[in-house]
Design a protein around this ligand. Structure first.
Ligand code: UDP
Ligand code: MG
Length: 318
């Protein structure tokens, strides 16, 4: 049986770019159908993320003209990650595989062929990875690369140079649906789902029309959200700093006592210094320990699945 593919595309104020890219997506979908790689029931699903322009009207008219187009409209702007999740969660009930892609034509749609091939060969998740960032501005390139390095240092596992262009099977999406957290950062969560995954490399182009919705301020917010929703490493950094400060305090106290004994000080200096050092060390360690508990509570509140089963011989041998 040929798999049913849903291409899921979040759109926010994209009236300028959709008329250019929608036919490109359709052509690609038809091409994949013609090649017998995917089922004729495959669809393109646009998710309107509370656009303030004519984006939704355009999506509606597309779906009237051609049943290959579908549209999902959010009640208000919820941001790229939530819009994408809404699309994927709706699509997973109707298809076997999804490919998520931005609607601005920056990601090379020709990589979809290889993604579907990789799925047929057994991968549940196929990450689209940029082979170069030549077309990005120097600033965007350096800041994005610094962002990935910083994220992995902070304990958030992400695929280097991968944005949200990827293929996911519906069974992996069903596992993702078990992640109940509200602050989502899909790039970091999908590796946690597991299953067999691979990468497909492509060149990233410039936006065809319209403007980027990710200025520096939004990128910084995304970085901060990514770290704080995936990792408790920042809390551990506080504990570690606390331990270092405590060790320095002990050295400080020994030094203060030594200076007092050798008579190099005015009265009261050594005791004051010792107390300041001692309290400083104790406080930071205590904050760190409390933080560890908050971190545990935080992870518990996410109610993530403890395991995900990928196969069971009882089902296979049916
Ligand atoms: N997007 C969205 N909601 C938002 C912001 C963006 O659905 O609040 C969509 C947007 O329409 C596009 C994708 O997310 O399809 C990526 O946005 P953009 O191209 O502006 O980001 P960049 O490629 O510059 O990082
Ligand atoms: Mg873009």
């Amino acid at each position: 049986m040929k798999p049913i593919l849903y291409i899921v595309i979040p759109c926010y104020n994209e009236e300028k770019v959709l008329p250019i890219t929608a036919p490109m997506f359709l052509e690609k979908l038809n091409h994949l159908i013609m090649q017998n790689k995917i089922s004729d029931d495959s669809r393109i699903m646009f998710v309107n993320d509370g656009s303030k322009d004519k984006t939704w009207d355009y999506i509606c008219s597309l779906s009237k003209e051609n049943n290959k187009f579908k549209g999902l409209c959010l009640s208000r702007n919820r941001g790229h990650q939530n819009a994408l999740l809404a699309g994927l969660m709706t699509a997973k009930e109707q298809c076997d595989i999804t490919i998520s892609i931005d609607c601005d034509g920056q990601d090379d749609i020709n990589a979809m062929d290889k993604m579907v091939d990789e799925y047929i060969e057994g991968s549940d998740i196929v990450y689209g990875v940029r082979s170069s960032r030549k077309t990005d501005s120097w600033f965007k390139r350096t800041s994005a690369q610094g962002f990935y390095k910083f994220l992995s240092y902070m304990g958030a596992e992400v695929v280097y140079n991968h944005a949200d262009y990827r293929l996911i099977s519906s069974r992996a999406l069903k596992a993702l649906a078990e992640f109940k957290e509200v602050n989502i950062y899909l790039r970091g969560m999908i590796p946690l789902v597991g299953f067999k995954s691979t990468c497909v490399y492509y060149e990233r182009n410039e936006r065809i029309a319209g403007e980027s919705h990710y200025p520096l301020s939004k990128m910084l917010t995304l970085a901060f959200d990514g770290i704080t929703s995936l990792s408790v490493k920042p809390i551990r950094l506080i504990t570690n700093t606390g331990i270092i400060v405590a060790i320095l305090s002990i050295i400080g106290i020994i030094w203060a006592v030594f200076e007092a004994i050798t008579g190099n000080t005015v009265a009261g200096w050594a005791s004051t210094t010792s107390i300041v050092c001692f309290i400083g060390g104790v406080q930071l360690i205590s904050i760190g320990v409390i933080g560890e508990y908050i971190g545990k509570i935080y992870m518990e509140t996410k109610a993530r699945p403890r395991y995900i089963i990928s196969a069971y011989t009882d089902d296979i041998n049916k």
